[in-house]
Every structure is written in C-alpha cells, then in structure tokens.
Design a protein around this ligand. Sequence first.
Ligand code: AVI
Length: 330
Amino acid sequence: MDSKKDKQVRLHDVQPGKDRFRAEVLSGLRKSQKELPSKYFYDERGSHLFERICTLDEYYIPRTEVSIMETYVGEMVELVGPRALLIEYGSGDCNKVRTLLNHLQEPVGYVPIDISREQLLRVTNDLASSYPELEVLPVCADYTSDFELPVPKQPSDRVVAYFPGSTISNFDPIPARHFLEHVAGVCGPDGALLIGVDLKKDLAVLHRAYNDSQGVTAAFNLNLLERINRELNCDFQLDWFEHYAFYNPREGRIEMHLVSLRDQTVHLDSVAIPFARGESIWTESSYKFNLDEFAQLAAAAGFKVGRVWTDEQQWFSVQYLVNAEGANSE
Ligand code: AVI
C-alpha cells in the first residue's frame, strides 16, 4: 500500500482539446476587433510568468489578498464550518488555499480545477503530501465549461467554492453572471462561495500593475502568440506586436491588447489573417468593482453577500457569498 506521505493524486482530465483551441483562436481573429480568450494565457510558460507577475511590487493583488486572508481566516473558517468540500476554480499554484486548509475543520475533500495540466499535477502532488489526511481530487478542465465534479469518499456538510485572485475580473459582465450562477448551482442551497474581488482605485496604481517596469506582464501577454505558434502551426512574429494595457474608466476595466507594429499577414495553417499597423488583438479585460457593483452582480446570480473583508486602503476584498434563498442567508 502507498504510504500516506507520498500518496499520488489521480487526475480527472477534461482539458479542452486542440480543436477547440484552434476554433476559438480563429473565430477571435476573424472579428473586426480581433480578440483571443485570456484563459489560454496559462500554458506551462504562461503559468510561470503569471507566478512572476504575482511577486512584482507593482502587482498589488496577491500580497493584499494574502494579508486579508491571514488576518481574517479565523472568521472565514467559522462561517464555512466543519466537514466542508472545498472546490477551487482556477487553482494555479495552489498556494492561496493553504491558508484555508491550515484552519478548516476536518474538510472532507479539496477539488482544485485548473486548465494547466502540468502545473496541476505538480502542485497537487505536493499538496497531497502536505495534507495527508485530505482527499485531493484535481480536475484538469476549462472551469467555464460543463463537466462532472469528482465525488469525495466522505459525505460533506457543505460545499464551498473558493475563487481567489479576482479571476472573476477577467469575465465580461454576462459571462460573469453565468459563471456565478453555475457556481451557485454546484454549491447548492446550503453552500457558499469565498471569492476575491479587486476594487476600483487610484488609476496610477492600476496602470503600474499592468505595465510593470520589468516587462513581465508584456512577456505574459506575448506568450499567448508564442503558444499559438507552437501549438497551432501559426507564424506570429513576436517582435512585430507590442503589449498595450490601459484603464477604460467608462467600462471600469483594464484592457490588455497586443498591437501590430506594421501591416502584416499572419497564417494559421492555410488561413491568412491580415493586420493593419496599429490594429490590436484584445487579449484580456480585468474589471474593477466597487462593493455595490459586485453585490449587484452577485445578486443577479442568486448570491447574497454574507460578509466582506478588505485591506485598510480598500484596494481588494474577499467576500463570502451565500445562496440568496438558502438556509444560511439570514
Ligand atoms: C488572473 N487575473 C485576475 C489577473 C488580473 O489581474 O486580471 C491576470 C493578469 N493579467 C495581467 N496581469 C495579471
């Protein structure tokens, strides 16, 4: 029998295939405002670059969220209660969840869901050795699609979803509502969602966060083209595109683009995609909320805001959402 210390986790693999990747890339590049889905940033190199972004002084999100989690984790786990099944959407390096796992009372299982298979396997094996009593059930999937969740061996008292890092910021408003509705359905009437939500703030702070001085965010953005070249037989010339990120105050979001530096034609297999000089590919939006705006989005998806924790500067929030009609809503 395997010793508990070096137990290996079994991966539930529903990662989207190449065909879907190709179809989404082609349909995005055929639009009049060209676009690419930001979920494809996270191949192995993209995930490493994102980890580096998270260590930058200018990118305030991780350190602010960590400080909120460390300060208030006691209140959070009290709300979650014992024997919860914890589902993390977009688990990345699985570091943030450790603060919760260190304090939760007898969690019956942890389901990390991520699109990056290599990273998921690496980090969940480490996690399983750190928490030998915990059943770890990783799922490699695009968490915005429909797929079946693995069932833990032990029954749970409550299903709690965890969605840190303000990844909800990367959804446009309607997909954001649909995603939260889906999570509300997965958690059920007694369940809850613990979610990191980035807040509106000084524009200079926002600008620096997406235009860092070391160019890591630019490399992260351009890596998407490198990935497409490698995986889809495409011929983007990386130095003919430039990272461009700005805050759009009317829409309340950072927009990241890749701007073509010249007239050029890119080929994906035999499909020719023309670019005019100055034309951009929109690669990501990152919405910034005030507390009322987010409460409205949550309500539209069937959630009620149970508790909000913020840092002193009110740059970031962690919010505990409960089912608006469920048992915990009062
Ligand atoms: C994952 N997500 C919340 C990040 C953000 O801030 O929107 C992705 C990112 N893009 C550039 N820097 C970080």
